[in-house]
Write a protein that binds this ligand. Sequence first.
Ligand SMILES: Cc1cc2nc3c(=O)[nH]c(=O)nc-3n(C[C@H](O)[C@H](O)[C@H](O)COP(=O)(O)O)c2cc1C
Length: 239
Amino acid sequence: MKARETAKNEPERLVIGLTGASGVVYGIRALEACAELGIESHLVMTKPAEMTIGYETKLSPREVAAKADYSYAVTDIAAPIASGSFRTKGMLVAPCSVRSMSEIATGVTTNCLTRAADVMLKERRPLVLMVRETPLHLGHLRTMAALTEMGAIILPPVPAFYAEPRSLSDLVDQMVGRALDLFGYNWPGVKRWGEDLTKGRRKSSPSARSAATAEMPVAAPALRRAEGAKTRRSKKIKS
Ligand SMILES: Cc1cc2nc3c(=O)[nH]c(=O)nc-3n(C[C@H](O)[C@H](O)[C@H](O)COP(=O)(O)O)c2cc1C
């Protein structure tokens, strides 16, 4: 069989890593998106990720693992994804903790997740790290810069309000879709500027801004509280 034909018959494989940072739902949605797109998912999650699954979702780690086509123990450094000879499209770590990020940056990898990430870097395949921490100290920022120099993409889960999110799922899906964009996958969960979204729909006057926040359940309560606090403060100054 010719080399080209072999490549054609190979499944599209994506490695998904879940670490113990907050926002484990990003990784879970990424697994679901892979299933929808027909991408073969290869999952590895750390022990702290299993803890955050317990804190942040109603699922068990086993139920999360069942969403992947293949799942590996974090201790299994002999797993296929730990070798560069196992062909994959790349790896998404979502969410990525500072601990795992730092380990990947050093190359001193102690588990299957960080080893798989190291493999992506050495094979020059896309490695997308959805790093979740805030605020960031200089060491975090330097580590991110080092990883960027090595070829990784740092993609913090930052909400895109221009995408008019109406729920937390909208926010999560937009982020997961933008992560998948970086591997060349087009997941329908993403709202695209210039396609699904157009500019100039809202005016930027204060009254138009209030109307806009009233329409946006995710941001509205916090923004309305802030508006209320501003009014109360100005009344106090007057008296
Ligand atoms: C509920 C919870 C939330 C956490 N959130 C974060 C976070 O957002 N970012 C982070 O870097 N670490 C966070 N941590 C701490 C990590 O879980 C911890 O540093 C752990 O050692 C990471 O290990 P891992 O990278 O092997 O998953 C959190 C821990 C818990 C229990």
